[in-house]
Design a protein around this ligand. Structure first.
Ligand code: DGJ
Length: 726
């Protein structure tokens, strides 16, 4: 059993196989977090219940302990606002009488096999044999507010998930002003905080800083998870690197504005909270209603940041990605966007399809520009019916012809948006997100559609469903090209206006749920101006996400390295484009680290290029399983700002290895030794190209001398090794 309750000591031990997470029901029903870290056998740890409480300034409870105990210094499991804990709180409720004091204490618990779903929200999943869940019910006796902390341990994975349910058991209305998904107290502040910041076309750059006293962290206020900060943070030991040291990773399964904060207090301890951003959020909770937070995924690795990432990767491939394409090979696609932008029509796209078929591409994706009067980005979002000038016979004969050519067919939508110049807006101007009396701001010439409203969702759904049900569509790219300003819904009363942003995201999930339920065979790719909504909630619906609009292979190295901190190769859309900086060879080597495809005018290839592209596609097929389901080792990071970058995929049984090296800056050859990672040191590996056989130990500890092998600026090279008997 992965979760054990020690009745005598009143402790819970949550054992993920790699980590232990130990909770204690302390005097007075305070729930304390005694330990989170490398697996230990004990469940009772003494001496960690309290911390110095600093004379009279930290409030204490005269009934509890020997006067040593203060909620302000104890490792409180879920810190609440107003009752003596001055650190950043995980929960703040405005009670019916107007105060904001919450004091929750243990009431009961239950432990059961499997994992519950979360109402109206995506979440990771498991069978009864794969996971065990603990629900601890706490209660504020004065307000009758019940807070249920839900923990699921995934057996032998290193993964623990957390979420919270807040139920109003009183007879009066209350308002939740903050409800975080996790609150984790660490006894020390000797950690570095790692986060992924960025902007459009420059997503998920890695930033690392030591913790300091006070509050620090990252947030999105954009209405979506955003390019600017990803809902992922890690706390790692100061000396931790890819292969050594404690690394804790936290990832929120949520696509809206989020907040991930760490406070280091006067005791040099630290508290991490992560969840819905309280800025712009208040939720009215009427009697008997329950509010559900999104889930957070918590990973611990004693073996460095690289292993933390691999734990996330294996976990998401198994417990988050769903549907047919979880295991089935995804088609190599060509997307029309960078080749044609809005200038598409049936003839041109059929020419694309024929040219694509000739070299082994398996799917044509018709990106933006096929609907309404969409010839640029100023019009037609919301008018999801075919543009008859571009497709005179309609979509069906065109799509049928693509299939006759032998390709699958993909289409683009941006369902949560509305153009001011659209039939939908002219008919229903109130359906755009806005505040009455204010002109809403534009982003990419468009407004946001109020999908928090069920009637609006029904209109969009009817339009999408008409297209999808009338045609054989194999793939759908779901885009989102601006952030949400003027956040409000005309349908919400004043005391619920601040529910809007969360309700918007729930509306999006509802649409995505309808789509994936009715069309389970469609391969669904998420996108938000590239990777502006690259989060696990979107991965629950779409097994891949367009990683970035930046298709320059060199820029992609940092984007893909940063993204890989938390997300597996299988989910990263990566295409070969016509970006001029590198050769197609380097572009293909970089794009193979992901869901592979092309983004260029495929009609223009000469014979030599066609042969080269056929070679890329053969490699895609050959290495598909290794890349999609193998373990990633980041060997030389672009963030080291050196002249080479390298990464490896190692199959789970360590019998195959693909090493890729990219040269950022060519120089007069210098002695360059590359030490591989993750191999079986007792096994032998054959280099496919040279036929040479090396021991795993030699490749890892002596290394390979690649001084002359990848030396031209922006060049790349791959090595493929297979395990052999000596
Ligand atoms: C932004 C996406 O990131 C692009 O790939 C493309 O789909 C455009 N939107 C279309 O408008």
């Amino acid at each position: 059993m992965a979760i054990i309750f020690d009745e005598k000591n009143k402790t819970f031990n949550l054992d993920t196989g790699i980590s232990s997470y130990i909770l204690k029901i302390y005097d007075g029903g305070y729930l304390l977090n005694l330990y989170y870290g490398k697996k230990i056998p004990e469940s009772c740890i003494s001496g960690f219940d309290t911390r110095p409480r600093n004379a009279s300034f930290a409030p204490y409870d005269k009934e509890i302990g020997n006067g040593d105990f203060s909620p302000d210094s104890a490792p409180i499991e879920y810190g609440a606002d107003g009752a003596g804990d001055f650190r950043i709180s995980a929960i703040k409720i405005k009670n019916s009488n107007g105060d904001s004091v919450t004091d929750i204490r243990y009431k009961s618990h239950k432990i059961y096999k499997g994992k519950p779903t979360i109402k109206d929200m995506p979440a990771t999943f498991a069978t009864e044999d794969e996971a065990t869940t603990l629900e601890i019910t706490t209660i504020d006796e004065v307000t009758s507010m019940e807070v249920v902390l839900v923990y699921t341990v995934f057996e032998n994975t290193g993964v623990l998930t957390k979420s919270v349910k807040i139920k109003n058991n009183s007879s009066k209305v209350a308002f939740i002003e903050r409800a975080f998904s996790i609150c984790n107290d660490f006894p020390t502040m000797k950690y570095d905080l790692i986060s992924l910041y960025g902007r459009h076309a420059f997503e998920r750059d890695i930033e690392r800083r030591p913790l300091a006293h006070g509050v620090q962290g990252v947030e999105s206020n954009c209405g979506i998870s955003s390019h600017r900060q990803n809902p992922f943070v890690a706390l790692v030991a100061p000396n931790a690197d890819e292969d050594h040291g404690d690394a804790y990773g936290f990832n929120l399964v949520y696509s809206g504005s989020f907040s991930a904060l760490v406070e280091c207090d006067y005791n040099n301890s630290s508290r991490l909270i992560m969840g819905i951003n309280p800025n712009g959020f208040t939720w009215k909770l009427s009697p008997n209603e329950t509010f559900y937070t999104p889930e957070a995924v918590c990973v611990y690795s004693p073996d460095g940041i690289g292993e933390m990432s691999r734990i996330f990767h294996r976990f998401y491939n198994k417990h988050l990605i769903r549907g047919r394409y979880k295991t089935e090979k995804r088609p190599v696609l060509v997307n029309s966007w960078e080749a044609a932008y809005f200038d598409i029509n049936s003839e041109k796209l059929l020419d694309f399809a024929r040219a694509a078929k000739e070299i082994g591409i398996e799917m044509l994706v018709m990106d933006d520009g096929w609907f309404g009067r969409r010839n640029d980005d100023t019009t037609s979002l919301g008018d999801w019916y075919v543009n008859k000038q571009k497709f005179p016979d309609g979509l069906t004969p065109f799509i049928d012809q693509v299939h006759e050519i032998g390709l699958k067919f993909g289409i683009w939508f941006e369902p949560e948006m509305i153009s001011p110049d659209s039939d939908l807006f002219r008919e229903h101007p109130d359906m755009c997100v806005h505040v009455d009396g204010r002109e809403p701001k534009l982003g990419r010439n468009q407004y946001v559609l109020d999908v928090s409203r069920a009637d609006v969702r029904d209109i969009v759904w009817a339009q999408m469903d008409a297209v999808l049900s009338a045609n054989k569509i194999d793939y759908l790219k779901w885009d989102f090209n601006r952030y949400i300003s003027d956040a409000s819904s005309v349908q919400l009363p004043p005391d619920q206006k601040k529910e809007f942003l969360h309700r918007f995201i729930l509306g999006t999930y509802d649409l995505m749920d309808r789509l994936t339920t009715k069309y389970p065979d469609i391969l669904f790719e998420n996108c938000s101006g590239g990777g502006g909504r690259f989060d696990p909630a979107m991965l629950y619906y779409s097994p891949q996400i367009w990683t970035s609009d930046n298709t320059d292979a060199i820029a992609r190295l940092s984007i893909q390295f940063g993204t890989s901190l938390c997300y597996p190769a299988s989910v990263m859309g990566a295409h070969v484009s016509d970006h001029p900086r590198t050769s197609y060879g380097t572009k293909a080597d970089v794009a193979l680290w992901g869901s592979f495809g092309y983004e260029l005018d495929i009609r223009k290839l000469n014979e030599e290029q066609k042969t080269e592209f056929k070679g890329h596609i053969a490699q895609f097929h050959k290495y598909y399983d290794l890349i999609h389901y193998g373990d990633l080792y980041r060997v030389i990071s672009p963030f080291e700002r050196g002249d080479k970058v390298a990464w490896e995929f190692v199959s789970q049984d360590k019998s195959q290895v693909l090493l890729t090296v990219v040269c950022i800056e060519g120089k007069v050859p210098e002695n360059f030794i590359l030490k591989m990672k993750g191999l079986d040191e007792n096994a032998y590996y054959k280099d496919e190209e040279s036929g040479e056989i090396y021991s795993g130990a030699q490749l890892m500890y002596v290394g390979m001398n690649i001084s002359y092998q990848v030396n031209g600026t922006y060049g790349s090279k791959k090595w493929y090794f297979t395990k052999v008997d000596k």
